[in-house]
Design a protein around this ligand. Structure first.
Ligand code: GTP
Ligand code: MG
Length: 334
C-alpha cells in the first residue's frame, strides 16, 4: 500500500505551495537508491513512510537493506530534506491550540487535574498495576468522546482482549446515550502481536482520509504488553525500544495531524534498585515517557477507590485526585 505523506497536515486547510504538493506525493520508493526490492525490505522492517527513514540511524538502514553506508546516508538525507521540519510561528501554534478539545472523564476532580479533560492533539499515557482502572478509563473515554460529538468515531486497539461491549453499554447509560448506537461507533481491532499493533495504528490514517471517519479518540490498551512479551532479555532491548519508538511516533503524528486524543495504557514493573518511595516504574522507559504529552500514574486507594496522579504535563501542575469506578461512570471521592 502506498502511504502518502501526511506529516503535519494542517487542521485548517490552506492553499499548498508547489513544493508542498510535490512533497506529499513522495513515498519511500522515491528515495535515491531505493528500488522495488529495497522498498520491500524497508517496508517489511517497519519503515513505511519517509519520516521513519528520516529518523532512522545509518546502521538500521544498512542492516535492513544491505545497501552501503553512503547509499544509506543519501536515503536518510533525502528523506530528511523532504520533511517539512521547519519552524512555525507562535501564532500558528496558538491557532492549533484553539482547536484542542478536552474529553470529559465524568469526575469533576479528574477533569480539573487534567485542565478540563483529556486533550485532543496529544498522547496521554496511563500507567499502573493490574486492576488500577486503566482499561476502565479507556472504555469511559470512548463513551464520553461519543457523547461530546455526535459525529465522532472511536478507534480501540485491544492487545489484551479486555474490550468489553457490556461495559461500554453501562457507561453509555451513564452518559445518556443509546447503548447500541454507541457500540456501533467504536471500531475495535485486536492486535495479535507488536507488528500487527503497529500496522493497525498506521491504518488509522486511511480510516480518516479514505473512509471519512471523524476519529476523535484512539485507545491503545495496552501499548506495551506485546512488546514486553516478545522482546525478552537484555540483548533485545534496543530493538524493542526502536520499534516502540516508531510506534509512538506514528501515534503522535496522527494525534497532531488530525487533532485526535490518543490514550495509551502501560504496565508497571518493580524497580529492583529502589529502596525508598514507590518502587514501581513504567514499561518502555524514556521512549514512551518522552512521547507522551500527559502521564498519569493510577493506583488503588483505600476502600476500593483509585488515585490518579498527574506526573507529567506541559502546562499543568503535578497533582493527585481520588475517585471511584462505578457501574455507570466515575465518582469523586473526597
Ligand atoms: P490490567 O489491565 O490488568 O493491568 O488492569 P487495569 O488497570 O486495566 O484495570 P481495569 O481497568 O480492568 O480495572 C478493573 C477494576 O475496575 C475492577 O477491579 C473494579 O474495581 C473496577 N470495575 C470493573 N468493572 C466494574 C463495574 O462494572 N462496576 C464497578 N463498580 N467497578 C468495576
Ligand atoms: Mg487493562
Amino acid at each position: 500500500m502506498e502511504q502518502e505523506l501526511l506529516f503535519e497536515e494542517e487542521f485548517v486547510k490552506e492553499p499548498k505551495t508547489k513544493s508542498e504538493l510535490k512533497m506529499e506525493k513522495l513515498t519511500i520508493k522515491d528515495l535515491p537508491g531505493v528500488g522495488a526490492a529495497t522498498a520491500e525490505k524497508l517496508e517489511s522492517a517497519g519503515f513505511r513512510d519517509l519520516m521513519s527513514v528520516a529518523v532512522a540511524t545509518l546502521g538500521e538502514i544498512v542492516e535492513t537493506t544491505g545497501v552501503s553506508e553512503s547509499v544509506a546516508r543519501k536515503m536518510i538525507n533525502a528523506a530528511r530534506d523532504s520533511m517539512k521540519m521547519g519552524f512555525e510561528t507562535g501564532t500558528e501554534i496558538l491557532r492549533k491550540r484553539e482547536l484542542v478539545t478536552k474529553i470529559n472523564t465524568g469526575s469533576a476532580a479528574f477533569n480539573a487535574l487534567m485542565g478540563g479533560g483529556f486533550e485532543t492533539g496529544a498522547i496521554t499515557e496511563c500507567f499502573g498495576e493490574f486492576g488500577s482502572g486503566k482499561t476502565q478509563m479507556g472504555h469511559l473515554l470512548a463513551v464520553n468522546t461519543l457523547a461530546s460529538d455526535p459525529e465522532a468515531t472511536v478507534v480501540y486497539i485491544d492487545t489484551e482482549n479486555t474490550f468489553r461491549p457490556e461495559r461500554i453499554k453501562q457507561f453509555a447509560v451513564g452518559a445518556d446515550l443509546d447503548s447500541d448506537q454507541t457500540l456501533a461507533r467504536i471500531m475495535v481491532a485486536k492486535a495479535y502481536n507488536s507488528d500487527h499493533q503497529m500496522l493497525l495504528a498506521e491504518k488509522i490514517d486511511s480510516l480518516i482520509t479514505e473512509q471519512g471517519k471523524k476519529v476523535k479518540l484512539i485507545v491503545v490498551d495496552s501499548l506495551t504488553s506485546h512488546f514486553r512479551a516478545e522482546f525478552i532479555g537484555r540483548g533485545t532491548l534496543a530493538e524493542r525500544q526502536q520499534k516502540l519508538n516508531r510506534h509512538m511516533h506514528v501515534l503522535s503524528r496522527i494525534a497532531s495531524s488530525h487533532n485526535i486524543c490518543v490514550y495509551v495504557t502501560n504496565q508497571v514493573m518493580a524497580k529492583p534498585d529502589q529502596f525508598f518511595g514507590d518502587p514501581t516504574t513504567s514499561i518502555g522507559g524514556h521512549i514512551v515517557a518522552h512521547a507522551s504529552t500527559f502521564r498519569i500514574y493510577l493506583r488503588k486507594g483505600k476502600k476500593g477507590t483509585r488515585v490518579a496522579k498527574l506526573i507529567d504535563a506541559p502546562n499543568l501542575p503535578d497533582a493527585e485526585v481520588c475517585f471511584e469506578v462505578t457501574e455507570n461512570g466515575l465518582r469523586d471521592v473526597a
